[in-house]
Design a protein around this ligand. Structure first.
Ligand SMILES: [Fe+2]
Ligand SMILES: [Fe+2]
Ligand SMILES: [Fe+2]
Length: 415
């Protein structure tokens, strides 16, 4: 493998990165993609009303945005937003903690996320550092306020339900939530403004206003690449069938990029584009990803939206515009009949062509509900057929043919 080159010039604004992860995590909500962002807003607003400092306000905002980063399945997401308490909630707290704890720029959020579904009566007995218990419990409270209020935004009836939501949460005082937090909620929720601010258009405005806030730290390539690894774990946790898919695509794409003779920096970026290419899949319902038979035309239309979603999420990170473009072109084909941009011929860059071949290879090497994993020879014959039809890059497929077993080992992560 080529030695890793660290591009000194790459600097990504940490605030933009947090927003990008938040957008990614919220895709799992499918029809309601603002849950994390509303929780961040509610937690921060309550902290302001309780007179907490700016540092804590910002930690709560970020923790709210990212609190469900351990949820990749649309089914699990649905379970979490229908009941006030669900016995299966703990798992995503642990996953979220594991994802963030070693990523230095966001590690301070890990413990808050770990305990964001823990009952206060238990939490207050634990010896957690500083005010972690209270911060985690405030995320829990904000989360449950949002879950109870969310069904009433579409028809703007939330004000008529405010009293009943308040009564339900206050009934859990001391058991699920800290009495101090509930007292603050009791007070602030008397105001209509508290509830009206949860309407989608105002949540969006709040996000725009917050972009100017707080820490504008820059992170470099090494940390960004680590963060791309976190994204890939979130994406691949979507379904047991896609386990390790993004990582396999990333490794194979890098390998093919090196064999194509691309420069070290481009290889490095292709590796990251492979990690990120399927971000948009998080918004595809689990039932479509795990369908037992071929997709219906309607399901395929929904499926086609995923690489478009990848671009929408990544385009906020201006410093990686090239990576975002290659990643979002991974279903485009040289003949221009791919999706969703219909980019082909000279407009389809080699980087995207490499990721496209790596993606098809890795997917065919995995089991799917409707077929078993294919052998390297079967995969190659499909790739060669596609290349002959103009639906895959012939030069890249020739590289695969030259090094088939090695490519297979790399794709299934058994290097
Ligand atoms: Fe949660
Ligand atoms: Fe894809
Ligand atoms: Fe993929």
């Amino acid at each position: 493998m080529t030695e890793t080159i660290v591009p000194a010039e790459l600097e990504i604004d940490l605030r933009q990165l947090v927003m990008t992860i938040a957008n990614t995590v919220d895709l799992v909500g499918v029809d309601d993609v603002l849950h994390g962002r509303r929780v961040g807003m509610l937690a921060r607003e309550m902290a302001i009303r309780m007179g907490w400092g700016e540092a804590e306000q910002l930690i709560l905002y970020d923790a709210g945005l990212l609190h469900d980063c351990g949820v990749s399945s649309t089914r699990v997401h649905h379970r979490l937003v229908v009941d006030l308490e669900w016995s299966g909630a703990e798992e995503h707290c642990i996953r979220g903690y594991e994802l963030l704890k070693d990523f230095q720029p966001l590690a301070h959020l890990a413990l808050i996320i770990r305990y964001h579904h823990s009952a206060w009566s238990w939490l207050e007995q634990q010896s957690l550092p500083g005010n972690t218990a209270l911060l985690a419990n405030l995320i829990y409270l904000a989360d449950r306020i949002d879950v109870l209020a969310a069904p009433y935004h579409a028809d703007q009836s939330v004000l008529s339900h405010a009293d009943e939501i308040r009564a339900r949460l206050l009934a859990a005082s001391g058991r699920l939530f800290s009495p101090e937090l509930l007292a603050a909620f009791d007070k602030v929720s008397q105001e209509e403004a508290f509830w009206l601010g949860m309407q989608p258009e105002w949540v969006q405005q709040y996000l725009v206003d917050m972009e100017e806030h707080g820490d504008l730290r820059l992170i470099g390539w090494t940390e960004f690449k680590q963060c791309a690894g976190i994204f890939s774990h979130i994406i691949d946790a979507k379904s047991p069938y896609t386990e390790q898919h993004s990582q396999g695509v990333s490794r194979l794409a890098r390998h093919l990029a090196e064999r194509s003779g691309l420069d070290a920096m481009t290889c490095e970026k292709i590796e990251v584009a492979g990690l990120l290419h399927d971000i948009g899949k998080l918004q595809i319902p689990d039932e479509i990803i795990e369908g037992e038979s071929a997709l219906t035309p309607h399901e395929f239309d929904i499926m086609k939206s995923h690489s478009y979603g990848t671009l929408q999420v990544l385009k906020r990170l201006h410093a990686i515009a090239d990576i975002a473009r290659w990643a979002s072109l991974h279903h485009e084909t040289p003949d221009g009949h791919g999706y969703p941009f219909r980019v082909g011929g000279a407009d389809l860059p080699i980087e995207a062509r490499i990721i496209n071949v790596a993606d098809i290879f890795q997917a065919l090497a995995q089991n799917r509900p409707y077929r078993k994993s294919m052998t390297p020879e079967q995969i190659l014959s499909i790739l060669q057929e596609r290349a002959a039809q103009g639906r895959a890059d012939a030069g890249v497929v020739a590289l695969v043919a030259d090094d088939l077993d090695n490519c297979h080992q790399i794709a299934i992560c058994h290097e």
